[in-house]
Design a protein around this ligand. Structure first.
Ligand SMILES: Cc1ncc(COP(=O)(O)O)c(C=O)c1O
Length: 412
């Protein structure tokens, strides 16, 4: 009875349940995605990915952000091979550290210096630590529901977290200057930093670009109080603008956190900052066993150089817009309400009247069956490897998927 034989994905999940708590942890736990999504993958190239059962997908998650040039980009692969041959984890950094810091400082207008680590959480945590060291104050303002990582001071789950871990975090509403001013007033003369995402990309909620008023208010409060303005560019960095996402609203932060796309899938994060925070940055003790590994730094140099030289941001924007326009036309044709938000290169697609995500879930399942990997309520990602032909092929699948949603739920 071959149709009852477990798939390789099912086999691996069963084995994992015995040796991995809950079978999987964190945001990559496939239980957070619609039934039928694979947990395990075998390989990837360009904008295509294959799961362990050999199913091929046009990928709109890009490994949840890190893949920006496409999998196995030839230039990045060549840089990685050469560096791996020379040495990766050494007694100290290689010259790649200095070369990469120079490149980042050249690309990012607010940056007078750069430091490197591994994950986005490292980078946001180091930014907060530097801000507190520089100001000798404690309070950090952060937007309600914004994601800044999985350390106790910022993780969205309070399980295993103490009130003391969060004691000095004060919340405001993103894009609401008045609530930001109120939070700053609450912090009184203990305000160390305002921490903001590049844009509002909370899970399951329409994405919003920062308004100029909001960005200017954040800058103004920091200028008046001496607090640090920190932009968390971990998710959006190098997809919206090579100089940092808030270049689009004309506001420069004092410190910024980067990771995800900086090295096209290799483990690396960065903190950048202005001269005012240089001394504090050199005073804090921050490190990690793998933070100075040279292969990811070589990958980052190749990634950022290529993105700059080919204007990768413009390409991703164009491909994202093609997808968005196509979906909008299909929604109109099928008579179903779709809300598309976020910048085109980082789309979110939600359905009207879909509080329980039933429509979004079916839409994603139907697209997946047709070889298109989407997410029902998280930011998605375009890469430089997506071509117009890939987008058009994906749109054929979304058209059929939308038709199924209308058949099941009716037009709305
Ligand atoms: C805006 C933002 N900040 C911080 C993080 C944490 O990054 P990491 O998962 O690499 O620790 C993420 C991860 O998704 C993120 O999107």
């Amino acid at each position: 009875m071959s149709e009852h034989r477990p798939t390789r994905d099912q086999e691996l999940k069963a084995r994992a349940r015995r040796v991995i708590p809950g079978g999987m942890w964190g945001h990559l736990d496939v239980k957070r995605q619609p039934p039928g999504y694979p947990q395990y993958f075998e390989r990837a190239r360009g904008c295509r990915m294959w799961d362990v059962d050999g199913r091929e997908y046009i990928d709109f998650m890009c490994s949840w952000g890190p893949i920006i040039l496409g999998h196995h980009d030839a230039e990045v692969d060549a840089a990685v091979r050469a560096q791996a041959e020379a040495g990766d984890c050494l007694n100290g950094p290689s010259a790649r550290l200095v070369e990469l810091a120079e490149l980042v400082v050249e690309l990012v207008p607010h940056a007078d210096w750069a430091m490197f680590s591994k994950n986005g959480t490292d980078a946001t945590t180091v930014c907060v630590t530097i801000a507190r060291a520089a100001t000798k104050r404690r309070k950090v303002l952060a937007a309600r529901r914004a994601y800044h990582g999985a350390a106790p001071w910022c993780t969205p789950s309070l399980i295993g977290v103490t009130a003391e871990d969060r004691a000095h975090i004060v919340h405001f509403d993103y894009n609401d200057p008045e609530s930001l001013r109120q939070a700053a007033a609450e912090a009184k003369d203990d305000l160390a930093a305002i921490l903001v995402s590049a844009f509002r990309h909370d899970l399951g909620r329409d994405h919003e670009l920062p308004t100029r008023d909001f960005a200017a208010a954040a800058r103004d409060i920091c200028d008046r109080t001496g607090a640090a303005l920190i932009v968390d560019d971990v998710r959006a960095g190098f997809r919206l603008h090579m100089g940092g996402s808030w270049e689009l609203v004309g506001v420069r932060p004092d410190l910024a956190a980067w990771s995800k796309a900086i090295a096209n899938g290799h483990a690396l994060a960065a903190v950048t900052g202005s001269d005012r925070f240089r001394e504090a940055a050199s005073s804090v003790f921050t490190t990690g066993s793998f933070w100075c590994a040279s292969v990811p730094m070589a990958a980052a140099i190749a990634t950022l150089t290529k993105l700059r030289d080919i204007d990768g941001v413009a390409h991703m924007h164009a491909m994202g817009q093609r997808l968005r326009d196509g979906l909008a036309t299909q929604a109109k044709t099928h008579g179903i309400g779709l809300r598309q938000s976020g910048p085109p290169q980082m789309p979110l697609v939600l359905f009207e009247d879909d509080a329980d995500l039933a429509k979004g879930t079916l839409f994603c399942q139907e697209a997946l069956r047709r070889g298109v990997f989407l997410h029902q309520n998280h930011t998605m990602f375009l890469s430089v490897a997506h071509t117009a032909a890939d987008i058009d092929q994906a749109l054929e699948a979304t058209d059929a998927a939308l038709k199924t949603v209308v058949e099941r739920f009716g037009a709305a």
